[in-house]
Design a protein around this ligand. Sequence first.
Ligand SMILES: *Cc1c(COP(=O)(O)O)cnc(C)c1O
Length: 378
Amino acid sequence: MIPFNKPYLTGKEAHYLYQAVLSGKISGDGIFTKKCHSFFEERYGFQKSLLTTSCTDALEMAAILVNIEPGDEVIAPSYTFVSTVNAFVLRGAKIVFVDCLPDHPNMDVSQIEALITKKTKVIIPVHYAGIACDMAGIMDLAAKYGLFVVEDAAQAIDSYFNGKPLGSIGHLAGFSFHETKNIISGEGGMLAINDSGMTERAEIIREKGTNRSQFFRGEVDKYSWVDIGSSFLPSDIIAAFLFAQLEHLEDIQGKRKEIWNLYEKELRPLSVYGVQLPYFPEYAVNNAHMFYLVCNSIDERTSLIQLLRDNGILSVFHYLSLHKSTFYSEKHDGRDLPETDRYADCLVRLPLFYELETEQIFKITDVILGFYHNRFSA
Ligand SMILES: *Cc1c(COP(=O)(O)O)cnc(C)c1O
């Protein structure tokens, strides 16, 4: 079976884990955590980077940092992972869902302004497949109405909007290092803070509501309970693993882009059959997080996934519409989100991992091309 994903190890992970253990300090904010923070701040220009145990946790920190109170409204896509919005629902927010673009699963920024009310506090762009949302449009709306922007950059490492790194544009951004992402630590994440006024409080929230980070830096002579918070920081063992990956970021990205480009070259002709392929607005670049196709119908997708499986290839669909979920459908304001539903029904993701071999890619694309030639030549 060709799996959908296979976590890639650079070879240095175990060595750095060992070093972390030998350092004698394996709780949070040890030497490897600091190395990771510096890497991100220097390479991507985040004002402050804080490792967390997941992107979910980074988003939960963001919801606390922007002071979400019961009844506050948050504008977010419905075609996304649960955590994007659950983090805000935990603090009492009401989610106002925006539909996707017709040519891309990212949020349709032209629909946002009509959804803004006096209660709106945050816009959450999700950079689907690592492809940038229209951050200029979103930041303009945020400035006009005094809103916060929290980027869900879980899939968006090493991707850019008009040359600016994703995660460095909104007030806050969450990244994920879950084993399904480009750069991994098993579970893991990061909060990027671009509003320097939030840094001190972010450190406190991450350390159970205490000012322990300041204490360790010698800025205060004892630490105490100063705010709400939780235990959001990962062990330095996680950071050691992550640092091994970061050292190979160029290599990992280069390899993933090669695979992605081969898929694109082989499968672009399918557009004559109405199959929708990844689309890049001129402001976006490709970080090769994902290769997807959007089929013409759910039946077509089901048949394609089955045929791939019969040929030993695991392809998977993606999100179900959150506005129709068991938990939120009753709370949703009832608007139809047709593009969201279409991606939920028709989008399929193909295997994409470092060790995927060229002949495996050709095997996958041959099955898909054969499927469409048969289907449309009848
Ligand atoms: C993976 C992902 C998350 C969750 O990341 P975790 O690190 O597993 O918490 C959130 N949002 C999006 C868009 C994701 O792809």
